[in-house]
Design a protein around this ligand. Structure first.
Ligand code: HEC
Length: 150
């Protein structure tokens, strides 16, 4: 065969994997991008919600009522000591957060915790309709208590 033919053969054979390679990179970027977008839009509270402040004063009565609400609505997933190991936890698609993790909890503002409790996030239900705003704010403080002394 001539020199020309062999060069032509090489470029032809080499161009297919190149196209395939670009295609694969494109798919990987598209999937990674949608995962990032999904996780950000799913969990991060809107800026306005992050800056919310608890308008209700902390009282012994508020702590007692939050303890009852926690036992009734949260404990089955989040566990009696807030470690995320409630009796329903194993059957959930996503493991509940460990409220005892001071570092992770420190990354959340009070407003953000309030927003999460209000809006929920599958498999966690929304509590907007179940509890008053005051009850939900009291729970923010109660949940913070699990990591307060670590
Ligand atoms: C059906 C189980 C379930 C119940 C009931 C539940 N949660 Fe959750 N919760 C979860 C799961 C699962 C996550 C983690 C979701 C994720 O990371 O996408 C979570 C996350 C949270 C977070 C976010 C923590 C963080 O920083 O990531 C807070 C705060 C929270 N729950 C509070 C509560 C409170 C308060 C209640 C009761 C009023 C409650 N949850 C009831 C399952 C539950």
């Amino acid at each position: 065969m001539t020199f020309d033919e062999s060069v032509g053969g090489k470029t032809k054979a080499g161009s297919k994997p190149k196209v395939l390679g670009i295609f694969v990179v494109f798919i990987v970027v598209a999937i990674a991008g949608s995962i990032v977008v999904y996780s950000l839009s799913g969990w991060s509270a809107p800026a306005a919600a992050r800056n919310l402040k608890d308008p209700f004063p902390s009282t012994p009565g508020a702590v007692a009522s939050a303890r009852n609400d926690y036992a009734a609505h949260c404990q089955s997933c989040h566990g009696s000591n807030g470690d995320g190991r409630g009796e329903r936890a194993e059957r959930l698609s996503i493991a509940p957060a460990d409220f005892g993790d001071a570092h992770a909890m420190g990354l959340r503002t009070d407003g953000e915790l309030f927003w999460i409790i209000t809006e929920g996030h599958k498999p966690m239900p929304a509590f907007r309709g179940t509890m008053s705003a005051e009850q939900r704010w009291d729970l923010v403080e109660y949940v913070r208590g699990f990591s307060a002394h670590k």
